[in-house]
Design a protein around this ligand. Structure first.
Ligand code: PFF
Length: 446
């Protein structure tokens, strides 16, 4: 396959696209609830350390491979391996990434579908005056209704694949340029609102005062997995975006900007959500239902509740939309590389992900008690193993490829950070990111 000619039209478009990929369920839904389950500030501290030491350098590694290869992830890896005189088997790493994004997108689309359902309910004021027990029961009833779950999952996936089918400049770029600024605006409004509630101070204390006794290998593994998940690293999805990067743009600066923007969203969302939770005396360790049960309960009898709640779900929906188009892109790019037209490739990916997603839909009703692997049902499986194990493993291999296998000159040019910047980056990847990922992976899995 020849080089792709598609490009983000500006540097800003590239940064917005990668930020759109990074900011999603991970920041607004997953970060608050796993932080809640894992003791608050300790988790936050670990996650920030992993973002700095692993996420950032590995994100650069992943994008630079795409930029240097200018092909789909699988073909870029094969092409660059050939150039370096290394085994062409490296291209299978691209397929492993595609498998990972398939798994992630399948559950991602289902949970994002919940935000459509809840946005509509919040706008209708359905939660007003209802008790916590009633709201909890409504959520359980929704989960147990495969019809409604399927409808929302299908709708969300169609929204995603339509944008992807429209192409890089007309689809992906336009959506990101439109939604990302809106998302930040919404988040600032919500955080501003949170600062006026009684729960603001307890929320800050919960998020920023660590209890170091809570650190265990499993908490570390989860924090590491989350760093990869939130930055969208390890699945070759950013590699696909890197292939469309403009010629003259500093990758390292762009990546640092994205990481800062991403962590800011998680923190603001965390502060906003926990303020409301604490203001109402609710439990921060509620789990995956945190956003879907606790928040509606918290807002049920607050003045302006339906408005604020609608804004939260709108925020979630916009954020997940720009991430899911990134999740779909590598597979579409690979199929295009195999000769399919973009629209056909998007349709094929959409259908396969939809079918896989149905297993997650049914995991809340007929398949709830099924134990597919490790005692987990399909939803539990795809929402934990790919983010916590496949992403770090993929990131590890990507980093090894970029820092040890690729010809030095090629990676230096693609990183575009000057000779010193390149040396610092490579030393960090070789001697910190790779060993640390390996240690945490092994410690967490044993
Ligand atoms: N970063 C996204 C989030 O935080 O929701 C999830 C994600 C997107 C993970 C793309 C992996 C990926 F390749």
């Amino acid at each position: 396959m020849n080089e792709t000619l598609e490009r983000w039209s500006t540097r800003r478009a590239f940064i917005l696209a990668v930020t759109g990929a990074a900011v999603g369920l991970g920041n607004i839904w997953r970060f608050p609830y796993i932080t809640g389950e894992n003791g608050g500030a300790v988790f936050l501290l670990l996650y920030m350390a992993f973002v700095l030491l692993l996420g950032l350098p590995m994100m650069m590694a992943e994008i630079l491979i795409g930029r240097a290869g200018r092909r789909s992830p699988m073909q870029s890896l094969g092409y660059l391996a050939g150039q370096a005189g290394a085994s062409r088997h490296w291209r299978w790493l691209g397929l492993f990434g595609a498998f990972t994004v398939f798994c992630i997108l399948s559950f991602y689309s289902v949970v994002s579908g919940w935000s459509i359902e809840f946005l509509v309910a919040a706008v209708n004021g359905d939660f007003v005056g209802r008790s916590a027990t009633e709201i909890g029961a409504d959520f359980d009833a929704f989960l147990a209704d495969p019809g409604r779950m399927t409808f929302n999952h299908t709708l969300f996936l169609m929204m995603t694949m339509l944008v992807v089918a429209a192409g890089v400049a007309k689809g992906l770029e336009r959506l990101n340029n439109l939604l990302m600024p809106l998302l930040y605006l919404l988040l600032l409004v919500l955080a501003g609102y949170a600062a006026t509630t009684d729960g603001f101070a307890p929320a800050l204390a919960w998020l920023f005062l660590p209890d170091l006794a809570a650190v265990t290998p499993l908490v570390m593994l989860q924090a590491m997995g989350h760093a990869f998940f939130t930055l969208a690293v390890g699945a070759c999805a950013l590699m696909a975006y890197g292939a469309y990067m403009p010629e003259h743009q500093s990758l390292s600066r762009a990546v640092v900007a994205v990481a800062v923007l991403d962590v800011t969203v998680a923190l603001l969302a965390g502060i906003a959500i926990f303020s409301v939770v604490f203001a109402q005396g609710l439990d921060p360790g509620e789990g995956p239902g945190l956003m879907f049960v606790t928040l509606p309960v918290a807002f049920a009898d607050l003045p302006g509740g339906p408005l604020w709640l609608s804004l939260f779900f709108l925020l979630l929906l916009l954020a997940t939309w720009t991430s899911s188009i990134n999740l779909a892109e590598p597979m579409v790019a690979i199929l295009q590389g195999w000769g399919l037209r973009r629209k056909a490739a998007a349709a094929v990916v959409g259908v396969v992900v939809w079918a896989l997603g149905m297993l997650s839909v049914l995991s809340f009703s007929s398949l709830a008690e099924s134990r597919v692997l490790f005692g987990m049902n399909p939803f539990e499986l795809v929402s934990s193993i790919p983010p916590e194990v496949f992403l770090p493993l993929g990131g590890l291999l990507i980093a090894i490829f970029a820092a040890w296998v690729m010809p030095e000159e090629t990676s230096r040019r693609a990183l575009d950070a000057g000779p010193n910047g390149f040396r610092v980056w490579r030393a960090l990847v070789r001697w910190v990111s790779i060993p640390l990922t390996l240690i945490v992976l092994l410690a967490g899995l044993i």
